[in-house]
Design a protein around this ligand. Structure first.
Ligand SMILES: NC(=O)c1ccc[n+]([C@@H]2O[C@H](COP(=O)([O-])OP(=O)(O)OC[C@H]3O[C@@H](n4cnc5c(N)ncnc54)[C@H](O)[C@@H]3O)[C@@H](O)[C@H]2O)c1
Length: 333
């Protein structure tokens, strides 16, 4: 199958390697000519060190590479997903399947990324979200990894499952696109918070509490927006939350650590040097929660630290001294 991967960051490159290994004819598209030239010259991506790029991987910065492709993978940061989809829309083959592998919510519209893509490419192109606990660095090293392929279109979800699946990269299928995409986007906010707590010197208790209560509020919003509660207990929910909150590969967590150690937010985001999706997702999640009238205290606290410069110590104190609650919303009814 001829496949284009749009976005040559760490994730696009790692997925291009999985597809190449599975015998597909893969082109990796870079946003700039310079980025593509570096890849061509070094045959290695600075965002994915130690993974040689074979000659049979085509490298380009010409968006025309999507022509004749049955599958087009969109692997840019979330802020660039719509513009990238718009630029390739007139070039797509009829029926080409689009696969969104970015994790975020569109800032201006609060749409999921597959919804933003659908607006740009119109009818006739099935759209799939591929997500789960998966660091590019580990997929690049062929560490066993398991993700989920979600689409309202069962045939497309299963086609993407088959295309990516191999003995080191297992893919489940799901029809809950909203649940999968929201889990992926919102856990980045919790990972930033986990990093902040690590940076402040808190321990495992705090992080476990943050992850558990974080997942509760993610699921609360996800269900209000049409996702299935069980999805948040799956790979793209708790699975991705665990990997992002506990690993040093997670740039969201690393950014949080810097903030917890006292680095101003903007400087911390810049120091990471790659997209910190949780920073953007905190603002959109807060807006979505307000719109859906859903309580998300941790996300709200993250917003206050990231956008209003509030001291994390004060925020933690406020979270810890909220009114007493029942753990399960429906207990003793
Ligand atoms: N890195 C991972 O382990 C991983 C895993 C799963 C999902 N993701 C998601 O994949 C997406 C991309 O992450 P990444 O790690 O590859 O990012 P990255 O920071 O490594 O690379 C970002 C890429 O986007 C390109 N880009 C920047 N501005 C652009 C624009 N305006 N239009 C088009 N392209 C532009 C850059 O040139 C660069 O190639 C993110 O949403 C991320 O959350 C990443």
């Amino acid at each position: 199958m001829k496949i284009a991967v749009m976005g040559s960051g760490g994730w696009g490159t790692a997925l291009a390697m999985v597809l190449l290994e599975n015998g597909h004819d893969v082109t990796l598209w870079s946003y700039t000519q310079e980025e593509s030239a570096v890849l061509r010259e070094k045959r290695e991506n600075p965002m994915l060190k130690g993974v040689p790029l074979p000659e049979k991987l085509h490298l380009t910065w010409d968006a025309g590479c999507v022509r004749d492709c049955g599958i087009v993978v969109l692997a840019t940061p979330s802020f660039a997903v719509r513009t990238t989809a718009r630029s390739i829309a007139p070039l797509l083959d009829p029926g080409a399947v689009l696969v969104s592998v970015s994790k975020g919510i569109e800032k201006d519209t609060s749409l999921t990324l597959t919804a933003a893509i659908a607006e740009e490419v119109g009818e006739g192109h099935p759209i799939v979200a591929l997500s789960g606990p998966s660091h590019a660095e580990e997929v690049g090293r062929q560490v066993p990894t398991v993700v989920v392929s979600a689409s309202r279109d069962r045939a497309a979800a299963e086609q993407v499952q088959d295309l990516f699946m191999n003995e080191r990269f297992r893919v489940y299928a799901s029809d809950d696109v909203v649940g999968v995409e929201l889990g992926a986007a919102l856990k980045n906010v919790i990972a930033l918070c986990a990093g902040i707590c690590d940076g402040m010197g808190f321990g495992d208790n705090t992080k476990a509490a943050l992850m558990t209560r974080g997942l509760t509020e993610i699921a609360r919003l996800g269900v209000a927006m049409g996702g299935r509660r069980e999805t948040f207990a799956g790979l793209s929910g708790v699975g991705d939350l665990i990997v992002t909150c506990t690993s040093m590969h997670s740039r969201n967590r690393r950014c949080g650590i810097l903030i917890g150690q006292g680095t101003p937010t903007r400087q911390a985001v810049q120091e990471i040097g790659a997209v910190v999706e949780g920073y953007y997702a905190a603002a959109t999640a807060k807006a979505l929660a307000e719109k859906a009238q859903v309580e998300m205290p941790i996300t709200e606290a993250a917003y206050q630290v990231l956008y209003q410069g509030k001291d994390p110590h004060a925020v933690i104190h406020e979270l810890m001294t909220r009114d007493r609650k029942h753990e399960l919303e429906d207990s003793w009814v």
